[in-house]
Design a protein around this ligand. Structure first.
Ligand code: FEO
Length: 393
């Protein structure tokens, strides 16, 4: 437990050892489940709980503060990494009322079986007085579920935005100390869970634009005591601008596709296009997701397995389709032995990508001169498209 400002405490837990979230998202740097305790002159509020695996840490922190009551437990987001300990907190502080918006209330009842009569529901912009401190609730949907909202603590000018602006980063620093490291972790987090809702997040940024914010205290990672850094980063990520980059995610079985990838990467570099290459057999999908935040073009490389795409390439296509990056162009390269529908299959897996599909290059067996020539033409086409966007200097 640590004090952020007088009567405001960080009471959550750092999870140094967690390496996977949702059984999907790699956590190379662990994470934290932040919860905050605000003592007003009249009432006391707890903002969020923690993952159920860290309930004892939260309770230990609350007990060490000598609290005899909690009046309000504000639950910004029903996902269990922030709500999982609510029932235990209610058992310890039976007079506490759960504060949520109507959608979040419904989800908490569904997911955690909390009694309906424990809730107070709040509207967008509604305030709740703790005496000398005032909580103002701000709906910021889709960061990362539709019910998510945040709290602005008016007198102290602190925004508690839940997952929004967060980073999966276990650190002993209460506040951001190493900005490049936090930037990387926050971008990874944005890419993995918020990128699909980019246009809604643009609106959420607009919504908080006129608040005076001295600090942003998210539900994962360190607190931003210089919030401009992360707000500016988000503005860049959610903007419609793409960069002169090609994400090339591939898998190869017998080196045909690998040879094509090697040639193609060189061709792109010769044309001053930045390439981010990922071998899908070993790739950290968080790195792949981060690369998709900015890239103008994605190219998937796959051999043909039986009659279709290699399952690793299909996985990457499904992932990109789910993450809905702002990528403008796409293509497919790869190889086959005796036939199949690799290109058609991959294309069918990416309906959410609003991309122009550039002519794929598929070699029969090991690539020949004509295949390398076709790859050069594809690199030329990408160069032309990037020039048209004005992203090549
Ligand atoms: Fe950190 Fe969407 O929960």
């Amino acid at each position: 437990m640590r004090q952020i400002k007088p009567d405001i405490y960080a009471v959550g837990a750092v999870d140094w050892d967690r390496r996977l979230f949702d059984e999907l998202i790699p956590l190379p740097d662990g994470t934290s489940y932040n919860a905050y305790l605000i003592k007003g002159s009249g009432k006391t509020a707890l903002l969020d709980a923690v993952d159920p695996t860290k309930t004892e840490v939260l309770i230990g922190n609350l007990v060490s503060l000598g609290l005899d009551r909690i009046d309000y437990l504000v639950s910004h987001h029903a996902e269990q990494d922030h709500s999982g300990a609510i029932q235990d907190i209610l058992a310890l502080y039976p007079d506490a009322e759960v504060v949520a918006n109507p959608k979040c209330k419904g989800m908490l009842i569904d997911l955690l079986c909390i009694d309906e009569d424990k809730f107070i529901t709040v509207d967008d912009s509604q305030t709740l007085s703790l005496g000398d401190k005032t909580l103002q609730f701000i709906y910021i949907p889709w960061v990362h579920w539709p019910e998510t909202f945040g709290t602005y603590l008016k007198e102290d000018k602190i925004l508690f935005p839940c997952d929004f602006f967060g980073s999966h980063l276990a650190t002993s620093s209460l506040f951001v100390e190493d900005e490049p490291r936090v930037y990387e972790a926050a971008k990874r987090y944005y890419a993995e869970i918020m990128m699909p809702f980019r246009t809604v997040i643009q609106k959420n940024l607009e919504k908080i634009k006129n608040l005076q914010i001295d600090m942003i205290a998210p539900s994962h990672g360190p607190i931003y005591d210089k919030p401009k850094f992360i707000i500016d980063a988000y503005k860049d990520w959610v903007s419609d601008n793409v960069k002169n980059e090609v994400v090339l995610a591939y898998v190869s079985m017998h080196d045909s596709t690998r040879k094509m990838v090697e040639h193609f990467v060189e061709a792109l570099i010769e044309r001053d296009i930045t390439v981010k290459q990922f071998n899908l057999t070993v790739t950290d999908i968080g790195q792949l997701a981060m690369a998709l935040v900015d890239a103008a073009t994605i190219v998937l490389g796959s051999p043909t397995v039986l009659t279709g795409a290699h399952p690793s390439a299909a996985y990457a296509a499904i992932l990109a389709n789910a993450l809905r990056p702002k990528t403008k162009f796409a293509s497919i390269i790869g190889s086959y032995g005796w036939g199949g529908r690799m290109v058609e299959q991959i294309t069918s897996l990416i309906p959410n990508l609003k991309v122009e599909l550039l002519e794929p290059v598929v070699a029969k067996g090991y690539p020949k001169d004509s295949d390398f020539t076709a790859l050069d033409k594809l690199a030329d086409a990408i160069l032309e498209k990037h020039c048209e966007l004005g992203i090549i200097k």
